[in-house]
Design a protein. Structure first.
Length: 277
């Protein structure tokens, strides 16, 4: 990745983080830590990896599912920057009665949302079905699914992983936002996932790890794993819940925390002090 483009994407990520804080504060929204955990992954995907443009026919775009739907605000900000809607539209429709941008995404192709999510555990199953249909129809589109590590508690996840490996869905790309925390504690304490890499290897997947907050590294790993053949693909993105906010980092409380005025000002101070890598 050229330095100019690298700086552009890092600046874009910082812009999104500030917007996550601002909008969450004024809307009294939850799941701030989850949004901050995955926003760099989303930037890498939508601005460096995927084919996903409002100007493309829907049939030409890659298919994306944010299975950890509680991070919807980060996803909406990405779609806003991709010109599917304006910032005013986002503010007017996010977390309001009869709004189109709820706390979890609802499928709306006009807004760039490929599938609805919220109840955890369904993303890989749906993504596997879409990926299989693309292969049967000889389409070159790819399917990307972002899941949370806490979400891996769900049994349906493992059914889908087994199915995808058996079907050799090489056009399926799953990214685990591996921040090692979930709603009420650490993933180790609540339901130990042990070695995710070994589990996926046993289910016949390609696996690579990445720094989930290094957009250049993420993009490189996506490019590398795309060259592999005959298996579905997993990127384990090592992340920090609440990344960039001093009192939120590595705190499971950031999953449901609502910002008061003091928190809001401290969050902005933390982000203003960050340097672009």
């Amino acid at each position: 990745m050229k330095k100019k483009n690298k700086n552009k994407l890092n600046n874009l990520s910082l812009f999104f983080k500030k917007k996550i804080i601002e909008i969450s504060y004024f809307k009294k929204a939850h799941h701030i830590g989850s949004c901050l955990s995955c926003v760099d992954i989303l930037v890498a995907l939508f601005f460096g990896v995927m084919k996903h443009s409002k100007n493309n026919p829907i049939s030409k775009n890659d298919f994306f599912i944010i299975s950890k739907g509680h991070a919807a605000l980060a996803y909406y900000l990405i779609l806003m920057k991709k010109n599917f809607f304006s910032e005013k539209y986002l503010i007017d429709n996010f977390l309001v009665d009869d709004g189109t941008l709820g706390g979890h995404p609802d499928k709306n192709k006009k807004l760039g949302i490929d599938y609805c999510s919220g109840s955890l555990g369904h993303g890989i199953s749906v993504g596997s079905g879409v990926a299989l249909s693309y292969l049967k129809d000889k389409k070159k589109n790819k399917v990307f699914v972002l899941i949370g590590d806490g979400e891996c508690n769900e049994g349906m996840i493992w059914e889908a992983i087994l199915f995808a490996g058996h079907q050799k869905l090489h056009n399926l790309f799953v990214i685990i936002d591996y921040n090692k925390l979930q709603g009420f504690g650490s993933t180790t304490e609540i339901l130990n996932l042990s070695s995710l890499k070994k589990k996926f290897e046993n289910f016949n997947w390609n696996i690579l790890e990445a720094d989930g907050h290094n957009i250049q590294n993420l993009t490189q790993q996506f490019k590398k794993i795309s060259s592999f053949k005959d298996k579905p693909n997993l990127i384990i993105a090592n992340t920090v819940k609440g990344k960039g906010i001093s009192f939120m980092e590595n705190k499971f409380e950031s999953h449901y925390q609502v910002l008061d005025n003091k928190d809001y000002l401290q969050s902005l101070k933390d982000l203003i002090g960050q340097k672009i890598r």
